[in-house]
Design a protein. Structure first.
Length: 630
């Protein structure tokens, strides 16, 4: 039986005594092709039987206005096909494995795959639209036979096929004789041996690659030494590594459309456009000066590394294949990971994610588990806050939370802090710059633009202990929208108000809570954060404001206490907040010094602080910075 694999065909029907493939709109959707098949002796009954298919070895459908040759796949015994001068935009001959001759000239084909046609010895495909890149794929798919490839017409202006000299050489290496038709010779024209087209390509100059350092790097590569990037060369460039090259502008990267890996780390890039690099699987742009990063076109991305930049937001919702995300040491205030269901590793410490934003981040982590490098508590730049409850929520989804331990020099598992306000780490000293004393203004006087203390509403100065004693809890909703410096506020609420200048830094407070009272901090119009203090403690929390903003430190009833006592509970005499002192420590820049020219043979450590002599693929510490080894 010649028609091997008959049973794999779908839509087999029975019509009378004939069983086979129905010649209908489902199997042959193009009306002109269908009518042609129906007009053949084997198609008159509307069915192609197995025996009929075995007998069809040639099909000639030149100039039939056919736009779709679906149905051709049923003719598995076909050895010769003429389909010249139709309206075909694509042609699938993968099932016609017996083909020896294929003539498809004068169509609108943009590609042609012949990898399954191992018997082919003649191909006419001139007058199509096969560009240099697709022609390279066509040549690669040719069988290693001694055949004839008639690929171009030289006498017409609208010939859009392109075959370069390199591609002609590749075809010849497979035994193919490459020809072009010169219609200006003789009555019918003449087929002549064709040497190939000179690819125009993309010139490597100051217009296409304006950054001199990047341009010189491209020119130094094998594909750039002639000063031109051809389509074939571009298609072959899968990786570019230009880290630490003092590059300011990476314009020109958009030409490398086949790129899967880009390392442009440790440069001076203020912007980066990879929207044309749609095949990117990994991008390392650590240690630059980026403020934005658009990855919406890079849907194949599995690894994104952009630590030590200046991003305030990031959208990775289109990067659903993402496994590794390294975004530490930026200025991110939130991170939505709901679409990143493949994620297994996240570095986001030294950002500004806390409160509801941290809740949302953890809620977005996939339930498949992973490693969450969340915080560097002793780093002055750290404004992330991860509470014990949030660590527990992450663990319930299979994620282990880590913090950077400065003493051991490695990441260790993190338990989380008691609340949004981070307690001072054990062994860390903290000086409170402003102590409460009998001379502290507690009657509503403004002291410059630094702080404003108020004592009305059950607030008293305790001279013996040197503290402001707050005995009346403040209702959070009652202070929303209040004029924080107004008389009404002063007369009804007790606590301390700071007025912050624009910038970022750390606020430190020394305080103590008793009973159901908790320490609360409200920055501007944001929701208050709170902490129940076990004894007299010094605590700190970060801030980052773009305009003059008040911070109100006051006493309130904790959520647990309110729930236990009910909404109409009576205030207990044991409910107290004592404020002993406070300080604002501003961070003038928040940016590390940029180090250039570091030695390349520096020791490498893994994330557990162990030295590694021969690092494999992964993330390591080198010269105090994370590096990616691929």
């Amino acid at each position: 039986m010649a028609t091997a694999g008959w049973n794999k065909f779908q839509n087999i029907v029975e019509m009378g005594e004939a069983t086979g493939i129905a010649i209908d709109a489902t199997n042959f959707p193009d009306e002109n092709f269908r009518n042609w098949v129906l007009a053949q002796d084997y198609g008159l009954d509307g069915v192609l039987t197995e025996a009929e298919i075995d007998g069809v070895t040639e099909i000639d459908i030149d100039s039939q206005n056919i736009a779709d040759l679906k149905g051709l796949e049923y003719f598995t015994a076909l050895t010769q096909l003429w389909c010249d001068y139709n309206e075909l935009t694509s042609l699938d001959v993968s099932k016609n494995t017996a083909l020896t001759r294929l003539c498809c000239a004068g169509n609108q084909l943009t590609s042609l795959d012949l990898s399954q046609n191992t018997a082919l010895i003649t191909l006419y495909c001139y007058e199509n639209q096969i560009n240099e890149t697709e022609m390279g794929k066509l040549v690669e798919s040719l069988p290693a036979n001694n055949g004839e490839l008639l690929v171009k017409r030289l006498d017409i202006s609208n010939e859009q096929n392109v075959i370069t000299t390199e591609q002609v050489a590749a075809a010849k290496a497979k035994g193919w004789y490459v020809l072009a038709l010169d219609g200006n010779v003789g009555e019918w024209g003449e087929w002549v041996e064709y040497d190939g087209d000179a690819s125009a390509g993309i010139p490597i100059n100051s217009t296409t690659f304006p950054d001199e350092n990047f341009r010189n790097w491209v020119l130094a590569q094998d594909y750039g030494q002639d000063g031109v990037l051809t389509e074939t060369e571009i298609a072959g460039v899968k990786e570019i590594e230009v880290g630490s090259k003092s590059i300011i502008d990476l314009k020109g990267i958009e030409y490398f459309t086949a790129l899967t890996y880009l390392d442009c780390s440790s440069n001076q890039l203020a912007s980066l456009d990879v929207s044309k690099n749609k095949d990117l699987e990994a991008l390392d742009c650590n240690n630059n000066q980026l403020t934005t990063l658009d990855m919406s076109n890079n849907t194949a991305l599995t690894g994104l590394f952009f630590s030590c930049n200046q991003l305030t937001s990031l959208d990775v919702s289109k990067n659903t294949a993402l496994k590794w995300l390294v975004c530490d040491n930026n200025q991110l205030t939130s991170l939505d990971l709901l679409k990143n269901t493949a994620l297994v590793e996240l570095y986001c410490y030294n950002n500004q994610i806390n409160g509801a934003s941290m809740d949302a981040l953890i809620a977005g982590l996939p339930s498949t588990g992973g490693d969450f490098f969340a915080i560097a508590p002793v780093d002055s730049r750290e404004q992330n806050v991860v509470t014990k409850a949030q660590v527990t929520a992450a663990k319930e989804k299979g994620w282990t939370t880590y913090y950077w331990n400065l003493e051991t020099g490695k990441f260790e598992e993190y338990e989380g802090c008691d609340s949004e306000i981070a307690p001072v780490e054990q062994g860390e000293t903290i000086d409170i710059g402003k102590e409460i004393d009998e001379n502290t203004s507690l009657d509503g006087n403004v002291v410059g633009d630094v702080y404003y203390s108020i004592s009305s509403g059950d607030g008293n100065y305790d001279a013996a202990e040197g503290c402001l004693v707050v005995t009346k809890p403040t209702n959070d909703s009652a202070i929303d929208g209040q004029d924080i410096f107004g008389e009404d506020f002063k007369d009804n609420y007790t606590g301390i108000v700071f007025k912050l200048a624009p910038g970022k830094g750390t606020i430190k407070v020394e305080a103590e809570t008793q009973g159901n009272m908790v320490l609360k901090v409200k920055i501007g119009n944001s929701d208050p954060i709170e902490m129940e203090l076990d004894g007299k403690l010094k605590v700190k929390f970060p801030y980052n404001v773009s305009e003059p903003t008040y911070v109100y430190i006051y006493g309130g009833m904790g959520a647990a206490g309110a729930k236990a006592m009910g909404a109409n509970r009576a205030k207990s005499a044991a409910d107290l907040l004592k404020i002993y002192g406070f300080e604002i420590v501003s961070d003038p820049s928040g940016i590390d010094a940029i180090e250039n020219g570091q030695q390349q043979d520096a020791p490498v450590y893994n994330l557990n602080g162990q030295r590694v002599n021969t690092p494999g693929k992964g993330i390591y510490i080198k010269n105090g910075r994370k590096v990616l080894v691929k």
